[in-house]
Structure formats: structure tokens, C-alpha cells
Ligand binder design. Sequence first.
Ligand code: NAD
Length: 350
Amino acid sequence: MRLMVTGGAGFIGSAVVRRAIERGDDVLNVDKLTYAANPENVAMVADNARYQFAQEDICDFAAMARLMNEFKPDAVMNLAAETHVDRSIDGPGAFIQTNIVGTYSLLEAARGYKASGHAPKDFRFHHISTDEVYGSLGPTGEFTETSPYQPNSPYSAAKASSDMLARAWRETFDLPVIVTNCSNNYGPYQFPEKLIPVVIIAALEGRDIPIYGKGDNIRDWLHVEDHAEALLLAAREGKPGETYNIGGRAERTNLDLVHMICEVLDEELKASPHAPHKGLIKFVTDRPGHDHRYAINCDKIERELGWTPAHTIEEGMRDTVKWYLGNRDWWEKIRQDGFDVAKRQGLKSG
Ligand code: NAD
């Protein structure tokens, strides 16, 4: 397939790009290269003849229209977004701009591309979203594709808005839109402001490991490579007009997850002066509007598209911890570029 992937220098987008190139697709990666992007995430495919890169902002309608008309994609996969909930609380503006206005601009460019007659007959627009649009669950129940939208953070509200735009462009303009909503991802190349790399790096350096509230918030975790596989399947075989939920059937409290990471670190770094690493855990003031529990029912994508995750959380988390231990250069460079999560969260550093 010819895939135009937006946000392909970020965490999940780069996993999609690497996998797509590996399986023989042609890829145009369109990324603004914000702070969250890292060209190293796609360095291994950069010289491949089937890979192209364009540094552009998805809010730039003219650029999106031009790229679609030149590249002639079979599918547009929209992963470009502002994604960090804490940053959306500090400053929601960029989230409104990229996640809502940017999606609008892409939808309009795709509408023009389809109307131009240059698009293939079964062209599709795949919008990638999150389970956070559904809000928070109590101790039981799961989100399904028909659960009502009840976003609670500026991030999830902006993503929910973009999902609604995608839906409306399907209903009103007959754009062949597919939407997927996925649970929390983990794996290599995740920007070190997100929970899992924050924990690993703090533990390695003997700093406080911050956990919001009592650590009893529950998330469902999926390995990023399983998500990438599901996305490529949905882009190719999903039915326009449909939504598919994607999840790992791996619910864990944040505290259990951090304990799991600490145990892997204890085993991997037996001689560390910071072991047992659980001793570094520090509970910090909870995030405002913090959703208590997310759980995804992914029966539909399993049944209709035949997708199942290949990684268990135990094995996937062990590999992820080892990846961060073995790729210090990757995250230390980001640190030198001025990123310091401890400073942002007011914790002991060093
Ligand atoms: P990320 O923050 O790691 O990467 C986002 C990428 O988008 C970056 O490369 C950035 O440069 C690019 N980008 C941002 N604004 C842009 C703009 N205006 N124009 C072009 N490019 C721009 O994010 P991620 O974790 O890889 O998430 C990717 C997508 O998947 C997002 O849409 C997110 O909502 C969704 N999602 C993420 C998770 C998760 O756990 N990380 C779970 C479900 C869904």
C-alpha cells in the first residue's frame, strides 16, 4: 500500500512506519518534528527507496493537499497529535490547534484528493485515537465502540473532537473514514515524559519515582508493536464508517505496573546501589481530572479483522526495560536537549 502517515517520527507513528517499510509498503512520513518527535526513531528506514519524509504541519491545508496529490496515497493514517495529558493541563492551546484544527485540515485535504479523481477507488482515511475519549470507568465494565464519549482532560477532549469531525466527514461528505481507539501503549522509543520511561530512568539514576495519588488508577496496556500491527490491518482491511477499539487485555494499577518495572530492574541491575528500586517510589499530588480506570473491549477487531496482540505484558515490559537500559544514548540525548521531568514535577533530581 501507499501510506501517508502523519506523526511518523513520534512513538507510535514510528513503529507504524518501521513495520510498514518492513512489510513492503511505500510510506510518506509527514511530521512537524515537535519536541516529541525524534528522527532517530525512523533512522533505520531513512535510506529505503520506499520511504519519504516531509517536515510539515498538519494544520497547513495547502501542504496536506499538495502532498496527497503528489504522493497519491491509498490511505492516510493520522497519528500526528499533541499527546501528553500533563502538558494539556499546563497549556491546552497546542492541543486544540493540532488535534482539532489539524485533523480538520487533513480531512478537508482528503476530501479534495478524493474528489479530484486521483485517489484510488478504495482510498481510506484512518484516524488514530485513544480510549481516553470514553472518560473513566468504575471498578467493572469495559469501553466498547458504542460507549458514550465523556472526555475529562483537555487532551482527551481535543481527541474526542477530532473523532467527531472524522465521523461527520464520513456521514456528510461520504469520506471513507475508519477510526481506531486504543488503550495505553508501552515499548521502545517512547518519549521520556510518559510514565514507563519516567519510572525506568528515575530508578536507574536513583531519583524519586513519581506516582500520582495512591497509584490505584487502572490502565490497560498494549505493546506499541501490537498497536502498529492492528493499525496497519485496520488501514487495509477495516470497513469505512466503522470504529475499532484496540486493547491489550492487560489491566494493571499504576502501582502494580511500577512494581513490575522495579522487579525487572532489580534482576537486571543486581549490583545497583538503588536496589530494591521500589524504595524510590514517591506518591505525588494527583493530576486534576485524573480518570480512575480504563478498560477496552477489543472483541470487534479480533472477530472482524482477526487481530490479536502477540506480546504479554510481562514479556513486553521486560523487553522494554531492557531496551531503555541498552539505549541510553537515545534518551540521554533528549535530556541534554533540555528535557528534565524531575524538574517539571518538583522532585529530587540527581
Ligand atoms: P507522540 O507524542 O510520541 O508523537 C506525536 C508525533 O506527532 C510527533 O512526532 C510530533 O512531532 C507529531 N506532531 C505533533 N503535532 C504535529 C503537527 N501539527 N503536524 C505534524 N506533526 C505533528 O505521540 P504517540 O504516543 O506516538 O501517539 C500517536 C497517536 O496515537 C496520537 O494521535 C495519540 O492520540 C494516539 N494514541 C496514543 C496512545 C499512547 O499510549 N501513546 C494510545 C492511544 C492513542
